[in-house]
Ligand binder design. Structure first.
Ligand code: ATP
Ligand code: MG
Length: 462
């Protein structure tokens, strides 16, 4: 494809000519669809040494690879590579939630005490994880650790009649929790990113239909992220409204939870809540299952809230007969940043991270080796062609040794690596390495673009 070079971007010539002729900067059109990067321009650097005081594998790897920065215990910032993973996870979650008619919002972090007092969740002796702060006039505000209260109040402005229901509302929002322990890296933050969704339904039946549907939606999300096989819908105790709830537990030694699960039948119970009573309530016969115990990470959970919040905060609607009814609610959480940590835990090896294609920061890593003009020219050429085809490429154009570049590539964990070196060029072949398996294939120059594009696109269609 004919292309034009603009700074660090190369753009298709046709686009360049069209945009130029109407007086627009073509880069505006390019930066968005083709997210690519020269590694020499990436400000975040890798490091060999593990950060001190970090006991978790996820944070250790993510810090060393330059995906995150540790601000303090339980508080992490996201750097370009880490943010791309977060955005990809959010993209999958958003797609699946929009597909069931949920609508995205973003609520405030600052919360007023009045609302939370009405549900008896303001007092520190009841909710012991609040962060609180003061206005200049000394009014105390809270930093939201969840959003049932404020969303319920907000919805009072929008729900009046049975015709306004159901409504499904969600957000990606930083939550604040003064957690006692923070030994699990980004899997347990004091400030962390959660997706929380709430259903506002007419009655128990309508809520329960959605609740059941969400079990499937959640499993689809976790499968698309690549942890479907390791993740179990897990029975667990409920909140103050219902006896039971469900968690989504991903098997990993780094987990803080323990589940009893049957791999074949895909039945799982949180060990804390395992009892004859629970088995009886779910009509499960102990003898029918072969339970194994494993540590696991709670990546999400879904709750029946009933009319607990709508009653306390006055969220009612008029039914067909004109009578006031309480809205029936549920809440559905996913730990977005915890998920990134969980993936780092379960898909990594002694060399570094191993991202599933669906949430990798880039599709492909081009590593050019050697200080040779032909090598860099060919690398740039292949880079441009792949970018034109819509592949997200990180191009390691840095002046560094082969050993350093390959070790960094392993650490970053991009699904495919394309190695262009003098030696490969001499044999007319380019090496393609799959990060997860280490499987290496060689293709001649003419074939490599087609082959790599096919590999990447196949994986993208999950
Ligand atoms: P946990 O039992 O792990 O403390 P929780 O049940 O209190 O979690 P919820 O309030 O249900 O958590 O939050 C929804 C989701 O947010 C959880 O399933 C989890 O994935 C994630 N999450 C909860 N607390 C944290 C945290 N401190 N850091 C990162 N993610 C979290
Ligand atoms: Mg939970």
């Amino acid at each position: 494809m004919l292309s034009v070079s603009m700074g660090e971007f190369r753009i298709p010539q046709a686009l360049y000519l069209t945009t130029n002729s109407i007086g627009l900067n073509p880069i505006f059109f390019v930066v968005f669809p083709y997210i690519t990067m020269f590694q020499s321009k990436l400000f975040s650097k890798t490091r060999k040494e593990s950060p001190t005081g970090e006991s978790s594998k996820n944070a250790d790897l993510l810090i060393r690879a330059g995906f995150i920065h540790k601000e303090m215990a339980g508080v992490y910032s996201y750097l370009p590579l880490g943010l791309r993973v977060i955005e990809k996870i959010k993209g999958i979650v958003r797609e699946e939630l929009n597909s069931v008619g949920a609508q995205e919002v973003e609520l405030t972090t600052l919360q007023q005490s009045e609302v939370w007092k009405k549900t008896n969740r303001w007092d520190d002796s009841i909710v012991d994880i609040w962060f609180k702060t003061n206005l200049k006039n000394e009014t105390t505000l809270g930093l939201a650790f969840t959003h049932e209260e404020s969303l319920t109040v907000l919805m009072k402005n929008h729900i009046n009649s049975y015709k306004d229901l159901p409504a499904y509302v969600y957000q990606f929002q930083s939550k604040f929790r003064n957690e006692l322990r923070t030994k699990s890296g980004i899997m347990r933050g004091r400030e962390f990113l959660m997706k929380d969704l709430y259903d506002f339904s007419l009655n128990k039946k309508e809520h329960e239909e959605f609740y059941e549907k969400m079990k499937g939606v959640y499993m689809k999300i976790f499968s698309r992220i690549g942890i479907g096989d390791l993740t179990y819908l897990t029975m667990s105790s409920g909140g103050s409204f219902s006896k039971y709830s469900f968690e989504f537990q991903t098997i990993s030694d780094a987990g803080e939870d323990v589940i009893l699960y049957d791999k074949e039948k895909r039945v799982s119970i949180n060990k804390d809540d395992y009892s004859d009573e629970l088995l009886g309530d779910f009509s499960l016969n102990k003898e029918d299952f072969n339970f194994t115990e494993a540590k696991s990470i709670e990546v999400g959970d879904i709750y029946n809230l009933g009319d607990k919040y709508s009653k306390a905060l006055g969220l009612t609607y008029k039914d067909e007969k004109g009578n006031d009814q309480c809205v029936y609610m549920g809440s559905y959480g996913i730990g977005i940043s915890r998920l990134m940590g969980a993936v780092a835990e379960v898909f990594s090896d002694d060399k570094g991270l191993v991202w599933p294609s669906s949430i990798a920061p880039f599709d492909l890593h081009i590593v050019s080796i050697g200080d040779n003009k032909e090598v860099s020219e060919l690398s740039l050429d292949i880079y441009s062609s792949l970018v034109d085809l819509g592949i997200n490429v990180l191009y390691d154009d840095r002046e560094a040794s082969a050993g350093e570049k390959l070790a960094d590539s392993d650490l970053l964990g991009i699904p495919y690596r394309l190695i262009i070196s003098e030696r490969n060029m001499a044999s007319g072949e380019i090496e393609v390495v799959e990060r997860a398996t280490g499987k290496t294939s060689r293709y001649d120059e003419a074939k490599v673009i087609e082959t790599v594009t096919k590999l990447v696109k196949e994986k993208q269609n999950v």
